[in-house]
Design a protein around this ligand. Sequence first.
Ligand code: PMP
Length: 316
Amino acid sequence: MKTTSILDHIGKTPLVPLRALGRGLPVPIFAKCEHLNPGGSVKDRLALALVDDAERRGLIGPGATLVEATAGNTGLGLALVAAVRGYSLVCVMPEKMSTDKRVALAAAGAKVVMTPNAAPDSPDFFQNVARRLADEHGWFLTDQFNNEANVRVHEETTGPEIAAQAGVPIGAFVAGVGTGGTLTGVGRFLKRSQPGVRVVLADPLGSGLAEWARSGVVGESAQYAVEGIGTSKPPAILDRSVIDAVESVADEESFAIARRLIREEGLLVGGSAGTAVAAALRVAASGRCAGPVVALLPDSWDRYLSRDWLADSPTR
Ligand code: PMP
């Protein structure tokens, strides 16, 4: 047997057509099932890439402590990698994120530091706290928001997988942005290999990113409940030039679509998958796509089971 660890099973996730949600649309919608990674999210790819890159560059050695600012998923990915490779892990997470994620991270062996839901210029902002802890303790900041290895892994794996699995030229690729690694990496690969493809940012209503993508100036921000995507601080690695269009999606629509993905498609996903698919449905319905629309499903429902949008979802 060639397999050496669970880390060999990161990536190569399925691409499946949305037969129920996509019914009657002029082009098919395909879902890239990143929730089926071993750690339950797209962030497994990034976690492995960040650690591989740091090892290759000699920045970390046996017994090192990794620290990361995370909405939860990168932390879980890093917890898997840390377990297999023998590192310690500290995760800095804003209060907004679900209790399920906090419990999961601690259960997976990470030390979890919670921060208030502070603005990016505050010293309490989770990314600033992670950087400060790294400096103070000599821990290695994996730095998903600034590390080009984040973009590279999607350019070299997620993008090529989608193109090969679709088998026909793609009309549009739709994803949300947390760090921007997925959208930038997949977007760059597809644009290089499929000149007609449109790259669409799916952004939660309330995020200032949509306006930034359109005009270069960050828009007004307001509270929203979808986790892991949208921001008022455009991440350094997000390449604005790959974005052709933006769709803003309200919380209620994101959660309604996520529930439909669960119940009608058997795709056990979180809220940001609802955001991406809600946007993909609009893009497909616009009649402007020559090929299928691909939406990326970032994470699994298991980290939201106590959230109202799942726990209180009405029975059929
Ligand atoms: N959805 C969820 C639930 C996430 O946690 C993240 C990453 N924070 C994303 C989507 C966005 O992925 P990326 O960081 O590659 O932009």
